[in-house]
Structures are given as structure tokens and as C-alpha cells.
Design a protein around this ligand. Structure first.
Ligand code: KIV
Ligand code: NA
Length: 269
């Protein structure tokens, strides 16, 4: 089997060909993503897209580890990054290390991701110094939805300085890359030019060093709502609805199973 990309190799691709990133939560989707992606994130978005939760806040460490183990079985080449869930790292660097170490040991991930800029820099440094590569996540940080008052664009006007400062702080703390979520494109371009680690955009700019999307969003599988920054490359929910409708119709008409789907008591199988 091929050797997986490392966080150091992802970092070294700053300014090069765009890094292709997607989320995955299960083995079969991880296999599909691995064929084309540099980095696969087991995002805490799993809570919303697979578990029907209203936000990412109720997602637990156990959920992240279980999905991380599932994704790991589908990856050969892409770097696997696992999100640290809300409440698992904010209290102290020591708390963050204990939980990040569990994620790394129990899933085989190559890195963890956590939300926060300047205020999480000390924690990022603590983890990196102890052997855990960290991807940072700034701009719109969904785990702070209650403090932010919604899922609005971050870094508009004077607020741009705060996001630029966050980007510099996580870079200085040793993060190997940073997700920029839902910030103005010009700000994303400015940050991409200013910092020495790859910026991975989602609702940011085509000028970022890479892009990420939630897999269920880009496949049109999660269709409860569609943020502006999502492009649907397929419409799997609509395809699934049509398949289920046809199945129901055929069962009710006794058209399924057909002769080729049933067995006789003679001959080979
Ligand atoms: O949880 C997630 O899917 C994420 C990405 C959208 C960056 O954090
Ligand atoms: Na996340």
C-alpha cells in the first residue's frame, strides 16, 4: 500500500498546486475521496450530516473516534485529520493533549483540527511540541455559533484585522495549515499571502492554497439547506429519493423481486 501524506508534506505544499480536501465519515466514502484528495477531514460536521443534530456542539469524542476508525480503513494516500469536538480541548492545553492523544492513538489519524485563533495558540503550541500536528480553523468557527450569534461571514470591515491576527497566531504556534471559513475573498487572499502555512478555504477564495467542502454537501446528499459557498457536484439525495419511490412502487405492484432475483431448488446458485 502507498504511504500516506504527512502533515509536514501538506505544509510544504504552501504556494504550490492547490490542495484538494474533503470530509468523510465512513469507509466507503473515504475510499472514494482517497483516490483524488490530499487530505480527508473527519469533521464534526458528522453530527449534523449523519446524526441529525442541530449543530456541532453535541458531538462527542467517542463519535469522532468511531468515525475516525471507519475513515481510516478507507484511506491509503490522503492525510487523515480528525476534528476535536466542542468541549474536548478548550479548558487547557493539558485537556487538549489528553483528548488529541486518544484520537491519534485510537484512529491512526495524522493530525487533529481545532477551532480558534489567537486564544488557542498556546494549546496549538502545546500539542505540536508533543508530537501532534494541528490544523487550525479560523473565521467562522461553528462550535462558537452561540457566541457569534449565527453562521455569518466573519472578518468584514474592521473585523478583518482580528482574522489576520488569528492566522498569524496559529502559524506562529506551529499549526501545519489553517482552514479559513466564510471570510471575504480579498481577506482570504491577503492572509494566504501573509502566512507561511497553507490556507484551506471553505467559503473563502479560489486563491487559497487549498479547498475543502463537506462531502454530503457537494454530493447533494445533505439537502436540508445549502450555504452559498457549497457547489453541488451531484444530487444524490434526489437520486436516492427516486430510487426509493420506484422500489416502493414495484413492491406494491409485485414487480419486485423479478425472476432473476429469486431462487429455485434445482441447479447451481
Ligand atoms: O466539520 C467540518 O466538516 C469542518 C470543515 C467544513 C472544515 O470543519
Ligand atoms: Na468542523
Amino acid at each position: 500500500p502507498q504511504k500516506a501524506l504527512t502533515a509536514a508534506e501538506i505544509r510544504a505544499r504552501k504556494g504550490g498546486a492547490p490542495l484538494v480536501c474533503l470530509t468523510a465519515y465512513t469507509t466507503p466514502i473515504a475510499r472514494l475521496a482517497d483516490a483524488h484528495c490530499d487530505l480527508v477531514l473527519v469533521g464534526d460536521s458528522v453530527g449534523m450530516v449523519l446524526h441529525g443534530l442541530p449543530s456541532t456542539l453535541p458531538v462527542t469524542l467517542e463519535m469522532m473516534i468511531l468515525h475516525g476508525q471507519s475513515v481510516a480503513r478507507g484511506l491509503e494516500r490522503a492525510l487523515m485529520v480528525v476534528d476535536m469536538p466542542f468541549g474536548s480541548y478548550e479548558e487547557s492545553p493539558a485537556q487538549a493533549f489528553l483528548n488529541a492523544a486518544r484520537i491519534m492513538a485510537e484512529t491512526g489519524a495524522g493530525a487533529v483540527k481545532l477551532e480558534g485563533g489567537r486564544h488557542m495558540a498556546e494549546t496549538i503550541r502545546f500539542l505540536v511540541d508533543r508530537g501532534i500536528p494541528v490544523m487550525a480553523h479560523i473565521g467562522l468557527t461553528p462550535q462558537s455559533v452561540n457566541a457569534l450569534g449565527g453562521y455569518r461571514v466573519q472578518g468584514k470591515g474592521d473585523d478583518a484585522e482580528r482574522i489576520r491576527d488569528d492566522a498569524q497566531a496559529v502559524t506562529d504556534a506551529g499549526a501545519f495549515s489553517v482552514v479559513l471559513e466564510k471570510v471575504p475573498a480579498a481577506l482570504a487572499d491577503q492572509i494566504t499571502a501573509e502566512i507561511t502555512i497553507p490556507t484551506i478555504g471553505i467559503g473563502a477564495s479560489a486563491g487559497c492554497d487549498g479547498q475543502i467542502l463537506v462531502i454530503d454537501d457537494m454530493l447533494g446528499l445533505f439537502d436540508a439547506f445549502k450555504p452559498k459557498f457549497v457547489k453541488r457536484y451531484a444530487h444524490l439525495a434526489a437520486d436516492a429519493a427516486e430510487a426509493i419511490r420506484t422500489y416502493a412502487e414495484e413492491v406494491r405492484a409485485r414487480a419486485f423481486p423479478a425472476p432473476e432475483h429469486v431462487f429455485t431448488d434445482e441447479g447451481a446458485k
